[in-house]
Structure formats: C-alpha cells, structure tokens
Design a protein around this ligand. Structure first.
Ligand code: ATP
Ligand code: MG
Length: 388
C-alpha cells in the first residue's frame, strides 16, 4: 500500500474569500522546512498531502512539528475508494500499527459524498466479517483506525499528531520582538509567530563587541527559535550609549528609562524593517518595571501596537511553555545583564512627566538613533552577518 502524510489546516476554515492566501503561506512554510527532502506537496480543499520516500517520512514529520497553522498531521495508507480495497486496507493498517488482538474503534468520514457507499456502510461491512478481523471492533476503544474516503483515493490512518495550531508564519504581518534572553521573551516570540507574525528580533547587549553577545546563550536561543520560522533575523545593539547618557539620573527611574529607551529603539527599528507591531515578554506585576503605570510609560514611546502575549500569564505557566517549546534550558544559562541598575527600590509607579523630562534632557531619542547605527544583524538558520 502507498503511504502519504496528511496535514490538516488549523483555524483557516474561519477565513472567507482570502483563505487561499493563508493556504499559500502555509504551503510555503512547509516547503521551506522540507527543502532538503525529496517530498512533494499536493494541496486539497482542507488539507495537504505530502508524498515522501519512506526513508524520509520521519524527517518530514519532525519538520511539521515546527510549522504554525497545522491542526494535526499523520501518516496514512492510500487505497482505491472501493469497499473491497478499503476493507483490505483496514486489515493491513491494523496489523502494521500492532493492533492485532486489541479492541479497536473504526471511524469513517467521507470527504466525497458521491461514492456508492456511506461511512456507516464501511463500519457495517467490517462488522459482518468481524470474526476474521485481526482486531475486535469496539466503538468505545481508545485504539482507533480512521477511514477517510475521497473521490478516487481513501486514506486509512491510525495516527493523528497534534500540530502547533495558530496561523501560518508571516500571514499576519511583521513585528519587532524585544528579546532579552530570559525565560519570558522567547515564549512571547513563540506566541507572536503562532498568530502569524513574521518576527525580527532586537536584543540590547552589554558588551563593546557584539560577538560576545553572539557567543553567549543568545546564539543557541536564536537557533532554537529559528526552527519555528524559516530564518531568525536579530539586531544586536550595544547598551553603552544609553548607559553613558543616564549617568547622574535618579537611580529609581533607571529601569523605566531603559524600558522606554528599548521601546523607542524598537519603534525606530520597526520603521526600518516595516513592522507594524512590537512584542515584549512582559507580564503584569511580575517585577517593579512591569506595573500598569510603568508599562504605560514605556508604551508611550511608540504609536505602534505593543503586543505583550504574556501579560496575564503566571511565571509558572510561562516556565511550562518555555520547557515545551525547548527554549527553557538555554534561557536559564548565565548571562550578563544590561547596566548594573543601582537602585534596590526602583519606582513601581514612575512619574510620566519626570521620565519624559529626563528622556528629553538626556537626549535619549538621539541616543537610540546612534545605537541603531552601531548594530549588527545576524541571520540564524542561514548563519550570515551584516552591519546595519
Ligand atoms: P525576560 O524573561 O524576557 O528577560 P523578564 O521577566 O526578565 O523578561 P525584564 O527583564 O523586565 O523581565 O524584561 C521585560 C521585557 O523587556 C522582556 O521580556 C523583553 O521583551 C524586554 N527586554 C528586557 N531586556 C532586554 C534586552 N536586553 N534586549 C531586548 N529586550 C529586552
Ligand atoms: Mg530579563
């Protein structure tokens, strides 16, 4: 029997007339992931069929685990859409899936209604010969064989692997992600990509030479995140201009100034990179710089939409997701923080007026523009580097 990997779309069924744009994006995402294989993708109304040599099916399935926009996927046997072939196919599929001697639930759903038999005909035909089957039909069993007849071909499968869901990468627009290397911002980046945003990363590092940042945990972290996109592009910008500018300011405001500076910088980068949103890993009340007042102050440095996917998540929940998406182990590695902020009691409700005044007085807008000029861009996934 021939085999095929079926890929079912996620939420795309909600789309109306422009559905084909999303389907095309999803197809491109999958093709990019499979470019080193000899597979072929065929688009159907509500799914893709991926034909790949048997030696490559494991590679294909592994790649699909990182593609947004997929509801589920799994390998299926392909037989002719005729009852006798279907019955034979179910028997072979059950043996191949080691279901012999077990109780098995048969589920049949036709994608094409014009066949000379119904879904329940398939089940009743199997029940007629139940004593000769290698398994015991049992409608309450956890073991399942799914039968999906289409016009010419019927797909018989025993596995249904849950996909990442969400929207195809890049189908919702572009955003700058402020990434610190901590636990939260990689998770925020994951969620941004999950809803279809193509992301450009911005990291502010404490070194004179960007290579120190690159050779720290930021390298492995970006490699990990690049699995969810095609390549991951990051701007590595130094913090020393900001640090020299804020000398002498009230220590309790340093943190809020830094957050505002980062937001201003992200806004400038968003202009350059044609991004419509900025994403951060902030979570309400997690630390003093993430109070409602302080988040509002940093937001005012951009007129773009600021997306904070983790705003209502507990740390424990974020840690759980970081582990699941495989960024946690890298995120907890040692790293030097940007500026040693002096205050043990940073302002939990900074004064917007005072922050704006200091911001202007210290020339932080100009400092952000000069910082952007000192940046390096690196592409992970296809490792290359450029000067900004
Ligand atoms: P994270 O785990 O993402 O580091 P956090 O809980 O440590 O978050 P903060 O250090 O206050 O919280 O940072 C809040 C957000 O600000 C981060 O999630 C990230 O989006 C952004 N951010 C912080 N530091 C940097 C940095 N050096 N470069 C770029 N963005 C940063
Ligand atoms: Mg942090």
């Amino acid at each position: 029997m021939d085999k095929v990997i079926i890929v079912r779309f996620g939420e795309l069924w909600l789309k109306g007339g422009n559905r084909y744009i999303f389907v095309r994006k999803l197809k491109t995402s999958i093709e990019r992931k499979l470019k080193t294989t000899n597979s072929r993708i065929v688009a159907k109304r509500d799914r893709f069929m991926i034909y790949a040599p048997a030696r490559e099916t494991a590679t294909v399935k592994k790649a699909l685990a990182y593609v947004f926009g997929i509801s589920w996927y799994g390998e299926a046997y392909v037989v002719k859409s005729e009852l006798k072939h279907i019955l034979k196919g179910v028997v072979s599929a059950s043996k191949k899936a080691n279901l012999s001697g077990k109780n098995v639930r048969i589920e049949a759903h036709r994608s094409f209604k014009g066949l000379g038999f119904t879904s329940s005909d398939i089940v009743s035909e199997l029940l007629k010969v139940k004593d000769s089957l290698p398994f015991t039909p049992d409608s309450s069993s956890e073991n399942i064989i799914m039968v999906n007849p289409d016009k010419h071909e019927t797909y018989i499968y025993t596995e249904k692997i849950k996909g990442l869901g969400g929207m195809p990468y890049g189908s919702s627009g572009r955003a700058v992600v402020l990434i610190s290397g901590g636990i939260d911002s990689p998770v925020a980046a994951f969620y941004a990509m999950k809803r279809g945003l193509e992301v450009v990363y911005l990291h502010i590092h404490p070194f004179k030479d960007y290579k120190n940042a690159l050779n720290s945990k930021m390298g492995p972290l970006l490699t990990e995140l690049s699995r969810y996109s095609d390549v991951a592009k990051i701007y590595l910008l130094p913090s020393y201009i900001f640090e020299s500018k804020i000398l002498g300011t009230d220590p309790k405001n340093e943190m809020v100034l830094f957050k505002s500076f980062m937001m201003g910088l992200a806004d400038m980068l968003a202009d350059k990179e044609e991004c419509d949103a900025i994403v951060t890993g902030e979570s309400l009340a997690q630390v003093s710089s993430q109070t409602l007042t302080n988040l509002g102050i940093s937001s005012s440095k951009t007129s773009r939409l600021v997306i904070r996917p983790l705003i209502c998540f507990d740390k424990e929940e974020i840690v759980g997701i970081a582990k699941r998406i495989m960024t946690y182990d890298t995120s907890i590695l040692e790293y030097r923080d940007v500026c040693a902020f002096h205050s043990k009691n940073p302002a939990t409700a900074a004064s917007r007026k005072a922050i704006d005044k200091t911001y202007a007085l210290k020339g932080l807008d100009e400092a952000a523009a000069s910082t952007l000029k000192k940046g390096k861009t690196i592409f992970f996934g296809a490792l290359t580097e450029n000067t900004v």
